[in-house]
Design a protein around this ligand. Structure first.
Ligand code: GLN
Length: 303
């Protein structure tokens, strides 16, 4: 096994040496303005140490990575009831696909595609005001990360609300199939706000430790639930790129359209990587490449 700090330094310099940064997400105007030429990686080990390289103190929009936290909260609030509303199968389609939701009568394939995450957010909301649900989500993330300096970027949330036509279409479709308890506006307002949370890779790697099931880690969900969250991350965490990610990286991961990825070596390491340029699946281009090299160098795999 290689020496982790020197591997991380090499991944950072390799990332900077390669001119192909991928393309930042265009459909959320605030994210379209982000400079793609950025890279950061942080690894929190089960022994309590944190190793990192690159711009690991720069906050970025975590976007869909928050779906892991909201899923943990939803399952904590209503247990298996969520599964009557959302499936647990990979979708094989883009994160914001509408066609499958129509074919499958308003029951999203899994909690990580947008439709499924909107239902999960609706479950977290329950009968509460969005402010209360968001406070719970932020509290959970801050507790997991051990940092209070984690906030929602209101401009990103507003930008997504103004241009979120596909998400509104999905939410209305869910409502038409009686799979939304709150109004589409309320569910989406909450969803857009938790997606607009900003974190550094240091904070995200620390927050991911709740998925490690190792002594000394933040104990926020049961070991059984940790295994299940990791199973869903492996099978559905990268949308229609999930198979390729499992093949190349070999561990569970959840991507966000802000260019972040949270990946877990069960019992051993929580890894956060960020580079805003995306590949054709909408997952971080350089983040995925760096994770593939990291797991290979460190001999980390669940298989
Ligand atoms: N907020 C984004 C959206 O709903 C999240 C998508 C993502 O990160 N893949 O489109």
């Amino acid at each position: 096994m290689s020496d982790l700090p020197s591997v991380l330094q090499r991944l950072d310099s390799d990332a900077r040496a390669d001119a192909d940064w991928g393309q930042v997400a265009q459909y959320i105007p605030q994210l379209a303005q982000v400079d793609p030429a950025q890279f950061a990686i942080s690894v929190a080990l089960a022994d309590g140490s944190l190793h990192e390289a690159g711009a690991c103190e720069v906050p970025f929009s975590v976007q869909s990575i928050t779906k892991v936290f909201t899923l943990a909260i939803a399952l904590g609030r209503s247990g298996d009831q969520l599964w009557t509303r959302v499936g647990r199968e990979p979708s094989g389609r883009a994160f914001n696909s509408i066609v499958q939701l129509e074919q499958e009568a308003g029951r999203p394939r899994n909690p990580f595609i947008n439709a499924g995450a909107i239902v999960t957010t609706d479950e977290v909301l329950g009968a509460r005001a969005p402010r209360e649900a968001l406070a719970e989500i932020i509290r959970f993330v801050r507790t997991a990360a051990g940092s209070d300096d984690i906030h929602i970027n209101e401009a990103v949330a507003a930008s997504e609300t103004a241009y979120g036509h596909r998400n509104f279409a999905l939410a209305h479709f869910l409502a038409a199939h009686d799979n939304l308890r709150n109004t589409p506006e309320k569910a989406l307002g909450t969803y857009f706000h938790h997606c607009a949370l900003e974190m550094t890779t240091s904070q995200l790697a620390m927050a991911g430790r709740f998925l490690l099931d190792a002594p000394g880690m933040p104990h926020l969900v049961s070991p059984r639930r940790i295994r299940r969250l990791n199973a869903l991350m492996l099978t559905c965490g990268h949308y229609d790129g999930s198979g390729d990610f499992a093949y190349r990286v070999g561990i569970p991961g959840k991507s966000g359209v802000g260019g972040g990825i949270l990946a877990i070596v069960p019992g051993q390491a929580s890894i956060a990587v960020w580079s805003p340029g995306l590949n054709r699946y909408g997952n971080s281009h350089k983040g995925t490449e760096a994770l593939a090299k990291l797991t290979s160098e460190m001999d980390w795999s669940i298989f």
